[in-house]
Design a protein around this ligand. Structure first.
Ligand code: NI
Length: 432
């Protein structure tokens, strides 16, 4: 199937920055973009879609979330982190099994595609259920089986989660025509012992895998690690070989200058989650230092219990204003850099080649923004408009690998009413 999207303003990324092709044409052949120009292609397309008055841009990457936590949206809001986690979140999580995770993942996928996300990096239990949901939905995801080992003496071969992580990788890596990639995950330094972390790191290195971790999210976590091991969490992970293949670290709020140098040296990407960090009172990640060091920085929402949505437009907006405010410097971070974080940097973190920007030969992963709105008029500076003014609800079309997933409020691959009914039934049971 070949589809031509015509009369669109198309946001393209060049070495010199972002440019907009006015009234352009974007052709899709199967999964890939095969035409991108202000001129009409000569070849015929099976189908033409008129997107006059709308902006076509790359789809967004949510590089750190716990998708099915949408079932806990709003739970424990306003509590300190420890009470939020141990008294409110964990008792509900103990009641989540495959059916609950499936329904939660479906709702999360709906939320993400309806506000412009084409791919996410997840960290949650029962990832097989999430893999099946993602496969059916048409979007992309990097999934993993999070490994934890609270008992300091637990051996890697005794750890059920390690076995499940390996089985998940063998079964689902490259699944759904490559839309699903399986990463590995050590949940965090404070939830995993050294032997298990070293063992899993060896496995990741042998397979040139990609490791997803939480790193230095809070001052308490960071300082307790130094007290326990005499080193920072970043150094702890690095010394256990965790950064010897691909790795990406969520948060990094309380990292030290030596940690930043180490993360750069080891080519570790960082996922910035500003809403979660602000909501849980964790602090301001030193984003400017990451960028000055040349680290690949992407964006994440974290789970819906600490956000409380999965809307990357909010993360772009907050990122762009937060750090300028913190540094008392209106030029410390520009809109184009923030757009990069939500698109190409995310694709790089997920190791998805030919993704994250619009050009011929790249995957046809794009979204369309309806500009016919008061808050998007006039459209004078497109990156600024997208980062400072646009809302997730301005997305009117989401396309992934050439397939339309969401159009004008309608979910084309998911039975939305069935999902709402499932989630209502499940939440009644969880909170009764
Ligand atoms: Ni998280």
């Amino acid at each position: 199937m070949k589809t031509l999207y015509k009369n669109a303003d198309i946001l393209c990324r060049t070495d010199a920055g972002y440019t907009v092709i006015k009234n352009g044409f974007l052709g899709v052949d199967g999964k890939f973009i095969n035409w991108l120009s202000d001129k009409k292609p000569v070849e015929a397309y099976d189908r033409t879609v008129d997107v006059t008055g709308k902006l076509l841009m790359p789809g967004l990457y949510n590089c750190h979330t716990h998708a099915a936590m949408v079932l806990l949206r709003g739970v424990g809001s306003g509590l300190p982190l420890q009470e939020w986690l141990f008294d409110k979140v964990m008792p509900i999580e103990d009641k989540l099994f495959e059916n609950e995770i499936r329904a939660g993942s479906e709702l999360a996928v709906m939320e993400m595609i309806s506000c412009g996300t084409v791919s996410f990096s997840d960290m949650y239990f029962f990832p097989e259920a999430t893999a099946e949901v993602v496969s059916a939905s048409g979007m992309k995801a990097n999934l993993n089986r999070p490994v934890q080992a609270f008992d300091p003496n637990e051996k890697p071969t005794e750890n059920r989660r390690v076995k499940e992580a390996l089985a998940l990788y063998n079964k689902y890596n490259g699944f759904a025509d490559g839309r699903i990639l399986i990463d590995f995950c050590v949940h965090a330094e404070y939830t995993c012992n050294e032997d298990v972390t070293r063992y899993l790191s060896d496995f990741v290195r042998e397979r040139n895998g990609n490791l997803h971790i939480h790193l230095s999210e809070t001052r308490r976590e960071h300082e307790e690690c130094k007290k326990k091991y005499g080193k920072t969490p970043a150094k702890w992970f690095s010394d256990l070989g965790a950064f010897d293949a691909g790795a990406f670290a969520a948060h990094c709020v309380t990292v030290e200058p030596e940690d930043i140098s180490l993360l750069k040296e080891k080519n570790v990407s960082i996922v910035h989650n500003p809403t979660s960090n602000m909501k849980l009172g964790s602090g301001f990640a030193p984003l400017k230092d990451f960028m000055d060091a040349g680290i690949n920085v992407a964006l994440g929402t974290d789970g819906a219990a600490s956000n409380n949505n999965l809307n990357l437009f909010e993360e772009m907006h907050l990122t762009s204003v937060l750090h300028n405010g913190f540094h008392l410097d209106p030029v410390s971070l520009n809109a184009e850099s923030v757009l990069d974080m939500a698109t190409v940097n995310g694709a790089k973190l997920q190791r998805r080649e030919n993704c994250g920007s619009l050009k011929v030969g790249n995957h046809a992963d794009f979204i369309v923004i309806d500009l016919h709105k008061p808050h998007l008029t006039p459209c004078l500076d497109v990156p600024a408009l997208l980062v400072y003014s646009a809302q997730g609800s301005d997305v009117c079309l989401t396309v992934c690998d050439g397939r339309e997933l969401y159009k004008d409020g309608v979910f084309l691959t998911i039975d939305a009413e069935r999902v709402y009914a499932d989630v209502r039934r499940i939440t009644e049971q969880l909170y009764s």
